[in-house]
Design a protein around this ligand. Structure first.
Ligand code: DGT
Ligand code: CA
Ligand code: CA
Ligand code: ZN
Length: 602
């Protein structure tokens, strides 16, 4: 979070608290100021260092607010905000997350019933005490009670794997409407972040109302959160879905703006300013002949000067002398400079994967046979497929994992499955592609707390591929985790480091090794770093992938599938690898089976 975001958040809280105490007009001024501070391209801490006048240069930030911002940087707090907080000691952010509860409601409920938290709100509603407060009724109370669970849930971020299918379904529905010229997802979901605050959708159309109506009538929407002109929000599968509708000539600029991230947009906007251009959600404008481009904002919705781009997103970047930036890269991590220099990476794509090197069968905790999994891989036109069931060891439940004797037995079963597939194809009733797939027999071995692999070396030596993963001691400290993973990647038989941290998103953080040290050891040892495409894991994440590639390590994008359907999760892994700037050439399983084998044998 930038300091601009931080200060904007404080001003928004200020606005809410003023509103809660019944103050008029001022809250709006604080919210406008917050918006402009967040948007402002210069770091607020620098302006505050120069003094009040410098801060007041920001649009809509008057002297009073400027002095509070300076006070915040000088003293670490804003006295008046502290006073408001002690007058109304309610968790206003949590409470206003409940639909139908605004700052004024929070103020009234505190005064009447002393409510400060979501739990207290729920208790009061259940005890039917809210309906007794003047201005409230039974209906309002019921609504509040209904909406509390969602407010609790909404404060958690949704996993990409849960939100993306909702976005895809909404997008398909909208794209099908006659009045819709173009439709796209934007926001964090288009950047394929591992967790999502809400789903953002953008549509180009000449009309507004019919689309808002169709969207709120979307059969998969559970409730309408708001429906305005040109925008609407619904709730679907527990996730908020925001829709904005714009004109075709503004679609590209809006797509660029609403894809974010905010930090990327600030960097791109600065590049526009350097060129005497103004970039906003409505377009890219030449303002060299406009006397006071900021003054125009106040009157004219920001469409000022001569439009030079805006219909397409590529057109916006091109007009700024940049290569179009893939959404996964838009985090202000060097992509703006790279795009300006024509140096963007040639990112790996989902359809470039030629096989999956980490999958399970009913020999361990998978639900399907070896042959069924091979055929499923063949149906996806894969050229390679590795069977890597769990080895017995720490963190593997009961007798789910295979011991050395069972691994030897499975080697025969894999050979038989290959023969059976070939035989079926020869007899004319099998999937011909399955006969051509290169099947590797491997194992998902366990890395114990100290970094030892808990399967015998002789057994490992006989296998085509060894994925080694941490499944136990996931609470160990960072130094121990680093030592553990370095020892594992240096093991002569380990080919791939599986889900390096062991995190489960929204559930457990996993270990936190010194990433640079681990990936450097992996690069030196010729061990690949896995991006586990299971949407609960997405581990390695984009940052670790980036570090691994910088260190010269190879990446494996694998699904860890326990069923044929889970092979479809590959896209989550690929887009996570793209967030780490992974090129096709960096990815082991984007190579041919011969080249994969050469890497594994090495
Ligand atoms: P999320 O939903 O928390 O996972 O993250 P985003 O990135 O989807 O954020 P969201 O939904 O608040 O807004 C979508 C994008 O729209 C965001 O990435 C950038 C853009 N955007 C929205 N509001 C503002 C704003 O006030 N200023 C700027 N610069 N960009 C904004
Ligand atoms: Ca969003
Ligand atoms: Ca949003
Ligand atoms: Zn595992």
């Amino acid at each position: 979070m930038s300091r601009n975001d931080e200060v904007a958040g404080l001003l928004e809280e200020f606005a809410d608290r003023l509103e809660a105490t019944g103050v008029e007009y001022k809250p709006t001024a604080y919210r406008r100021a917050a918006e402009n501070v967040r948007e402002h391209t210069a770091p607020i801490e620098n302006l505050a260092g120069e003094g009040e006048d410098a801060v007041a240069e920001i649009d809509r930030v008057g002297d009073a607010i400027a002095s509070k911002i300076v006070e915040y940087f000088e003293t670490g707090e804003i006295e008046e905000l502290e006073e408001l907080r002690s007058e109304l000691p309610a968790d206003i952010e949590a409470l206003t997350a409940v639909e139908g509860v605004g700052p004024k409601t929070v103020g009234s409920l505190y005064e009447a019933l002393g409510i400060t938290t979501l739990d207290e709100l729920e208790e009061a509603a259940e005890a039917e005490r809210i309906r007794e407060v003047s201005g409230f009724g039974a209906k309002t109370e019921e609504n509040i009670l209904d909406n509390i669970p969602f407010a609790r849930e909404a404060r958690k971020r949704t996993r990409l794997g849960d939100a993306r299918p909702v976005a895809d379904a909404a997008l398909a529905y909208l794209a099908d409407l006659d009045a819709v010229a173009e439709a796209e997802v934007c926001g964090s979901i288009r950047r394929w972040k591992d967790t999502i605050g809400d789903v953002d959708l953008l549509v180009a159309s000449d009309v507004r109302e019919p689309i808002v109506e169709a969207f709120t009538d979307w059969p998969e929407a559970d409730a309408t959160i708001e429906a305005g002109t040109g925008k609407a929000s619904v709730r679907a599968s527990g996730t908020r879905v925001d829709l904005r509708i714009v004109d075709g000539e503004e679609f590209g600029a809006a797509l660029q703006y609403f894809t974010g991230s905010r930090a990327h947009n600030v960097a791109v906007r600065n590049r526009a300013i350097d060129r005497d251009l103004k970039l906003n959600e409505y377009g890219l404008f030449d303002i060299s002949d406009v006397a006071d481009p900021d003054a125009a904002d106040e009157t004219d919705g920001q469409r000022v000067g001569e439009r030079v781009a805006g219909a397409t997103e590529d057109g916006v970047y091109e007009a700024l002398d940049m290569e179009p930036v893939p959404p996964e890269l838009r985090e202000d991590n060097g992509e703006v400079a790279a795009a300006a220099d024509g140096d963007l990476p040639d990112l790996v794509a989902t359809d470039e994967l030629r096989g999956d090197l980490h999958t399970h069968t009913d020999w361990s905790d998978g639900g399907f046979s070896i042959a069924e999994m091979i055929e499923a891989a063949a149906e996806r036109s894969y050229d390679a497929h590795a069977v890597t069931d769990h080895a017995a060891g720490p963190g593997i439940f009961g007798n789910t994992g295979l011991d050395e004797a069972e691994i030897a037995e499975q080697a025969e079963a894999v050979a038989e499955a290959i023969d059976a597939v070939d035989g079926a194809v020869a007899a004319g009733d099998g999937d011909a592609a399955a006969a051509d797939i290169e099947v590797l027999h491997g194992i998902e071995a366990n890395i114990d707390a100290e970094g030892a692999i808990t399967t015998d070396d002789e057994t490992l030596a006989d296998l085509d591929i060894v994925v080694a993963s941490p499944h136990s001691a996931l609470g160990q400290d960072s130094a121990a985790a680093t030592e553990r993973l370095i020892r594992a990647v240096e093991h002569p038989h380990v080919d791939v480091l599986g889900h390096p941290t062991g995190r489960i998103i929204n559930s457990r953080p996993g270990i936190a090794p010194d990433v640079k040290a681990v990936v450097e050891a992996a690069a030196a040892a010729g061990t690949a770093i896995e991006v586990n495409a299971n949407p609960a894991r997405l581990d390695a994440d984009g940052d670790m992938v980036r570090a691994a590639i910088d260190a010269g390590a190879t990446i494996a994008v694998d699904t860890d599938a326990h069923s044929p359907r889970e092979l479809d999760n590959a896209r989550y892994g690929v887009h996570t690898a793209r967030r780490g700037w992974a090129e096709t050439a960096d990815v082991l399983n984007a190579r041919s089976p011969v080249v994969i084998r050469a890497f594994l044998d090495d």
